[in-house]
Design a protein around this ligand. Structure first.
Ligand SMILES: NC(=O)c1ccc[n+]([C@@H]2O[C@H](COP(=O)([O-])OP(=O)(O)OC[C@H]3O[C@@H](n4cnc5c(N)ncnc54)[C@H](O)[C@@H]3O)[C@@H](O)[C@H]2O)c1
Length: 428
């Protein structure tokens, strides 16, 4: 493989580590930097601290090209492009917390041979403000590129290697050309644009996907009132080319580290700029209410929840990840406990993180252990293994008969054939 230029990646979380391993796979030496000393030590020891399909293999295969450090100076010494992939969590106001991004920018020396390439999701205007700060500090030679990330946890490695598109927002200088060159081997459609538009593409894309989810959830809720089945409705809608079948799965709402915070950040950004983004208010409100609809369904079947035992299957915010950020299971378990229920839960990979985030919840090591003695079972995250459950065996150990399918992922006939009562979301 031809020698490719070394690059730096600051932040070794879901985005940073996948980006680093992906570029290493393309032949680059990658200098990975994180302030989390423990994480860097684990990575140096060959351990991958997050659970993401295919990532460990990629890191192991490219071990010789991946360097790990807590000192951004190491990356600056070896690479001219520094990808920034630090977290931008929400503040109490709903704005994006840019303190980690600012810390990275603040650590940059004066240089006319380096560029920051922003992978973190940031509000529109962040690039302009970073360039202003760098110029005020006499570091105006530092270039800036916006290169938002669209990978999905659970398929992040495949998404890096086969992106739908690559968006590069820049000032038309060497740095933008270099980033375009880095991604060229992937053969993806390129959107090269200005920095503000690139920043907006990311926020608008996530807000649109979240809107699609809240829309189908509202259709599901109307289906419940009118006797229609949202699965049939979504199938009929999704076959329309203009709509498409993706993100039309009704359920108990979206969570995760991106949609909730990015929708809220766009709403805040609009508000701060003097525009009231009405639609996004509704998207957020519908999602919050949707997470709680399961409680109403449980009341319908069980009456009071005081003293009832409820088993949650799946805790991660979606399948194939250990990420619990903003997971629907967090809201659900807290509400159930507040209503007097005992909550027992099982997740194939997220149990460790869940133990820390869900005080009072009993964690089981398997499905049968979780449902033993339960008055009701709620499917929260549609891990594929839950599609093949032995409902006869489950029925034999449950105390009650209620099964709430929060993701419409179970086979209602199989559940009912075992003598259990099935209820999904929006299924008439
Ligand atoms: N997770 C996703 O699916 C996804 C997808 C697209 C975009 N994004 C965006 O990418 C960014 C990163 O997300 P993530 O999920 O990878 O976050 P993460 O929390 O998994 O990782 C962030 C990492 O940055 C490190 N960090 C924080 N401050 C630092 C500093 N000053 N210097 C060096 N390292 C520092 C943290 O220790 C952590 O390891 C966010 O802006 C997010 O919105 C995330």
């Amino acid at each position: 493989m031809a020698q490719r230029e070394p690059i730096g990646v600051v932040g070794t979380g879901y985005v940073g580590l996948v980006t680093a391993a992906g570029f290493a796979e393309l032949g680059h030496e990658v200098w990975c930097v994180d302030i989390d000393v423990g994480k860097i030590e684990r990575l140096r020891g060959g351990e991958v601290p997050i659970w993401e399909p295919g990532l460990e293999e990629l890191v192991v295969r490219n071990r010789d090209r991946l360097r790990f450090s807590t000192d951004v100076g190491d990356a600056l010494e070896h690479a001219r492009l520094l990808f920034v992939a630090v977290g931008t969590p929400p503040t109490y106001s709903g704005d994006a917390d840019l303190s980690a991004v600012r810390a990275v920018v603040g650590a940059m020396p004066a240089s006319d041979r380096h560029a920051l390439v922003m992978k973190s999701t940031v509000p529109v205007g962040t690039g302009a403000s970073i360039k202003r700060v760098l110029a005020q500090e006499g570091k105006g030679g530092f270039r800036y590129v916006s290169c938002p990330e669209f990978l999905k946890e659970g398929s992040a490695v495949a998404d890096f290697l086969h992106p739908d598109r690559v968006v590069v927002g820049d000032d038309g200088d060497w740095a933008g050309d270099a980033v375009v060159g880095l991604y060229a081997p992937l053969g993806a459609e390129l959107v090269r644009t200005d920095i503000a538009s690139a920043e907006m593409v990311k926020l608008a894309a996530n807000a649109f996907l979240a809107t699609k989810i809240s829309f189908i959830n509202e259709i599901a809720n109307v289906c419940e009132e009118t006797g229609a089945d949202v699965l049939e409705v979504a199938r009929g809608m999704g076959l329309d080319d203009r709509i498409g079948p993706k993100f039309l799965q009704a359920g108990i709402g979206f969570g995760g580290s991106c949609f909730p915070k990015d929708v809220s950040a766009l709403k805040q950004l609009a508000g701060n700029s003097g525009y009231h983004f009405q639609l996004l208010n509704a998207v957020i409100e519908v999602n919050e209410l949707q997470k709680r609809r399961v409680i109403g369904k449980l009341h319908k079947h069980l009456g009071t929840l005081v003293g009832k035992r409820v088993a949650l299957l799946g805790l991660a915010f979606k399948p194939n990840t250990d990420d619990m950020r903003e997971a629907s299971s967090l809201v659900l378990s807290a509400r159930l406990q507040a209503d007097g229920a005992t909550v027992v839960a099982y997740d194939p990979v997220a149990a460790g993180e869940a133990g820390r985030l869900m005080p009072g919840v009993e964690l089981a090591s398997g499905v049968l252990e979780a449902v033993a003695g339960a008055d009701a079972v709620v499917l929260v995250t549609e891990w594929s293994e839950f599609g093949e459950l032995d409902w006869q065996a489950i029925c034999a150990v449950m105390s009650g008969t209620t099964v709430i399918d929060g993701r419409n992922a179970l086979d209602p006939a199989a559940v009912r054939a075992a003598g259990l009562t099935y209820e999904g979301i929006g299924r008439g």
